[in-house]
Design a protein around this ligand. Structure first.
Ligand code: ADP
Length: 193
């Protein structure tokens, strides 16, 4: 049973690592960004509600995000473990997640932070925008997402650090090395007294 969070700025390689780690640890990968994008693509009611936020690189309001996540965590495959990618992103979402886990009588095993410098992030995301055409990968929107990350998400990381759940991994190392460091970090956190 493994319950892990993956946190990092846009362009840190979070999605790639989430995919690899969930495979190696045999736990489902739950990405709120992917869930929102699929609502957008399906044109669901939620998709229509969140479009303006995603396009502008703004965070979707906490109540909508938490409601979607709460439902997802209740699905059978997530009961015995999960890797969350992109949630919580605000202190209020962190409180929501604590409440959800408390009510289920469970708790987190580790929080993995993937770090990268702003210049590297912008470089990677501009490359990705050529390849994938995501509407939020233009330079202005990327810088805005980074700013929100500093304002809203870094305080979340700091709080997990105070709970001794946190491990930080350099996201600018090569892909395999990042995966190895993350797995080692998770083991190290679990071994903490
Ligand atoms: P990135 O990490 O590159 O910004 P994500 O795929 O994680 O990309 O998220 C894309 C967008 O989805 C965000 O800019 C935001 O609009 C929305 N989103 C994803 N997760 C959350 C969340 N936990 N809270 C609010 N909005 C979110």
């Amino acid at each position: 049973m493994t319950r892990i969070l993956l946190i990092g700025p846009p362009g840190s390689g979070k999605g790639t690592q989430a995919h690899r780690l969930s495979g190696q640890l045999h736990i489902p990968e739950i990405s709120t960004g992917d869930m929102f994008r699929s609502h957008l693509a399906n044109g669901s009611p939620l998709g229509r509600e969140i479009k303006e936020f995603l396009d502008a690189g703004n965070l979707v309001p906490d109540n909508l995000t938490t409601a979607m996540l709460r439902e997802r965590l209740q699905e059978r495959d997530a009961r015995n473990g999960f890797l969350l990618d992109g949630y919580p992103r605000t202190v209020s979402q962190m409180d929501d997640l604590d409440g959800i886990l408390d009510a289920a009588g469970t708790s987190l095993d580790a929080v993995v932070e993937i770090t990268a410098h702003d210049d590297e992030i912008v470089r990677r995301l501009l490359l990705r925008s050529d390849a994938e055409g995501r509407s939020d990968d233009t330079e202005d929107v990327i810088r805005h997402r980074l700013e929100l990350y500093r304002q809203e998400t870094e305080p979340v990381i700091e709080r997990y650090g105070r709970r001794a759940l946190l491990v930080s991994v350099d996201g600018t190392a090569d892909i395999d090395a990042v995966t190895v460091s993350a797995l080692q970090g998770i083991e190290a956190v679990r071994a903490r007294p």
